[in-house]
Design a protein around this ligand. Sequence first.
Ligand code: GAR
Length: 224
Amino acid sequence: MSINRTTPLRVAVLASGRGSNLQAVIDAIEAGQAQAQIVAVISNKKDAVALERARKHGLTDIFVDPKPFVGRPDSRDAYDRALLEILQQHEVELVLLAGYMKIVTAVLVNTYANRMMNIHPSLLPSFPGLDVQKKAIDWGCKLAGCTVHFVTEGVDEGPIIIQAAVPVLDDDTPETLAARILVQEHKIYPRAVQLFAEGSLRVDGRRVFIDGAKPEREEIISAS
Ligand code: GAR
């Protein structure tokens, strides 16, 4: 059952790098394609391009330095507790991991169960982890793609929300394949945000159902 929100969904984005997925979500919001507002962009890297993009759009950018936490026995949990405090201060309803290259702990995952998404450049459950475009080529895959999924404690394991597939071409390099996949990432991540914002996502165990699927959704799911 979809809902009509009276206020935009409050979203935080966690990013470590260039932030092109962050940019895609910003652009979708600014174009009225996602009923959401980004209330904080948070990074574990001071010089992340994602933070620059946030500032350019007048969004709150926050660097949370991991250094003070290093060496503590509970360093990962403590870091995530610091993040959680920020998320709660900003009354965040949905957290997006967008090229966030740090494993999130139960501290965040449990608080934001089914309210934290990640984008990953493979057709999960194939190729979790790193260097996945190269792995898809080396394996001889004919299709590759990307996945938006809810985040659970297992890395790249949570319930799948949307996937998009692209062909693997004979002359693909990891870079050319990554670029083709990225085009699809920029479509499906904002779409997943809007589906969440309108209350169209229903999670049942490992399966995520999209209520009232419309033709354009089918198009995204099978994008080539
Ligand atoms: C994206 O391709 C995203 O799917 C990937 O990092 C890139 C970040 O790019 N994420 C992962 O591999 C997570 N396992 P961006 O900073 O331009 O959005």
